[in-house]
Design a protein around this ligand. Structure first.
Ligand code: SF4
Length: 484
């Protein structure tokens, strides 16, 4: 074997309030699993759970003593600068391979910034890593960029592989369970995991890059065999499982069969899915989903306004949304709606109406984000052709002559405070309790954790404002409390 001991590293370690901290680092787990039987030993390390190794000296000491290949996944924009700094400090005599969505977008930047990186795996890396660890000459490996004689060589892209040929993550490589931890405080005893049963999405929403692979190619929708999905579900010990498919119900017949198999195999979990509103057209499937343990639906609504929905090529109208929710509200699903604000030509009143519309639909919670442009987003062209609208050349939120990023933040706070009032919070608590999303002990634990959580949030906000020397931070803190 070419390598005796490989370290598969998730380098993100900072406290995050996002779901990024809630779920396992699936990307690097897929890679670690692909290498099994091709290397002597694999250590899967998630730095969020390895306090000792968050100290770079300890990490380097371990690497020098044990490791002869280092594989690092760079997936998110979040903390990208810090991750680059960490990689720069790694031993330069141990080969370093990086991959993941963000790494694929930033190949040139990473090679320039981090002299310790030897190879970047572009796109899906499950097959590529097998060839790297097996000792295939770099020049013959599709989908990599690597250093050679002081230059960077970019090999051709690797064609997408059949989803059924990819092994699902071996969870026995993990050293820990995943809990809801916010600002360092564990809020419930529930454990969380994810599963991916399809890749790609047949829809063409204008703002969306989810359905693109990291090379910007539209992924053809592809399904894993249901037998393999059930086999994987049986290996999952977590209480809550997120189907991270772009749209779990793309093929309703298949989803129905999967619900039947979950029930037949007596797999008892709380399932979460991302879905479009079209699921409301399938009442039999909804009933089966409810029986199979599907409790939390994450629904992309995006906008209450037909003009904006058309701009985003969402494929439905306000009327269709209302009709769908009339059906969905008859079931015991907790529904979280996603919205986008700051769209082209959208007025402040139209943005703030998101909160009222969400209440009219009886949504339980909502998430809303600014219109964004990512590297391969089809929106880039639209924004470039629209006078008065801008985005950072590296991608990011769209702003305009009328709405600066600061204005959009103010609008965001208006939507948030208008939706999340006392009645809504009371509704959320009673709903999660009524549909059994959490148990009595979880609820008790959550309420006991709340004062400490609020204290940490407050401390963090105060420190942030003191460090940034913002004038009048006490007044801002007061406003922050009002809107939280
Ligand atoms: S937003 Fe959802 S439905 Fe639309 S293309 Fe993206 S993944 Fe598919």
């Amino acid at each position: 074997m070419k390598y005796n001991h490989v370290l598969a590293l998730n380098p993100y370690y900072k406290d995050s309030t996002s779901a990024a901290g809630l779920f396992p680092p699936t990307g690097i787990e897929y890679i670690a699993t692909s290498m099994k039987n091709l290397v002597g030993k694999i250590t899967l390390m998630d730095l969020r759970h390895e306090k000792e190794f968050q100290d770079i000296n300890n990490l380097n000491e371990f690497i020098r003593k044990e490791i002869d290949l280092l594989c690092i996944s760079i997936t998110w924009n979040f903390n990208f600068k810090e991750i680059c700094e960490l990689i720069c400090k790694l031993p330069d005599d141990i080969p370093v391979v990086v991959g993941g969505y963000k790494a694929t977008e930033e190949v040139e930047y990473l090679f320039n910034k981090c002299p310790t990186i030897d190879i970047i795996v572009r796109g899906e890396g499950d097959e590529t890593i097998k060839e790297i660890v097996s000792g295939v000459p770099y020049k013959d490996i599709f989908g990599i960029s690597y250093r050679e004689n002081g230059k960077i060589v970019h090999n051709n892209n690797r064609p997408l592989v059949d989803v059924n040929s990819i092994s699902f993550p071996d969870r026995s490589l993990r050293k820990n369970n995943y809990h809801l931890v916010v600002h360092g405080i564990k809020l419930t005893n529930l454990t969380f995991d994810t599963i991916l049963t399809t890749r790609g999405c047949p829809y063409q929403c204008k703002f969306c890059t989810f359905s693109l692979n990291p090379l910007g190619q539209k992924r053809t929708y592809a399904e894993r065999s249901l037998e393999s999905v059930i086999e994987e579900l049986k290996t999952i010990t977590a209480d809550v499982v997120l189907f991270s498919d772009d749209n779990f119900f793309t093929n309703p017949k298949r989803s129905e069969k999967l619900c039947d198999l979950i029930i037949e195999n007596n797999i008892k979990k709380t399932f979460t899915v991302q879905t479009r509103i079209e699921i409301a057209k399938h009442p039999v499937l909804l009933e089966k989903a409810e029986k199979a343990g599907f409790k939390l639906f994450l629904v992309g609504i995006e906008s209450p306004h037909d003009r904006i929905l058309e701009q985003l090529q969402k494929g439905f109208t306000q009327q269709k949304i209302r009709e769908a929710f009339k059906v969905l509200n008859n079931y015991n699903f907790y529904i979280h709606g996603y919205f986008i604000y700051g769209n082209i030509s959208e007025t402040e009143d139209e943005m703030v109406y998101i909160a009222d519309f969400a209440k009219e639909l009886h949504l339980d919670t909502i998430g809303f984000q600014k219109l964004r442009v990512e590297k391969y987003s089809p929106l880039k062209e639209v924004i470039a052709k629209t006078p008065g609208y801008y985005y950072d050349s590296n991608g990011g939120p769209v702003y305009s002559d009328q709405f600066s990023l600061k204005d959009l933040k103010r609008v965001r706070n208006k939507i948030k405070s208008s939706f999340y009032n006392f009645q809504q919070v009371r509704h959320i608590v009673s709903k999660v309790w009524r549909i059994g999303l959490i148990t009595k002990s979880d609820l008790i634990m959550f309420f006991f954790s709340l004062p400490l959580l609020l204290f940490r949030v407050l401390k963090r906000e105060v420190l942030k404002r003191v460090r940034s020397k913002e004038p009048g931070f006490v007044v801002r803190m007061f406003r922050f409390y009002q809107t939280s």
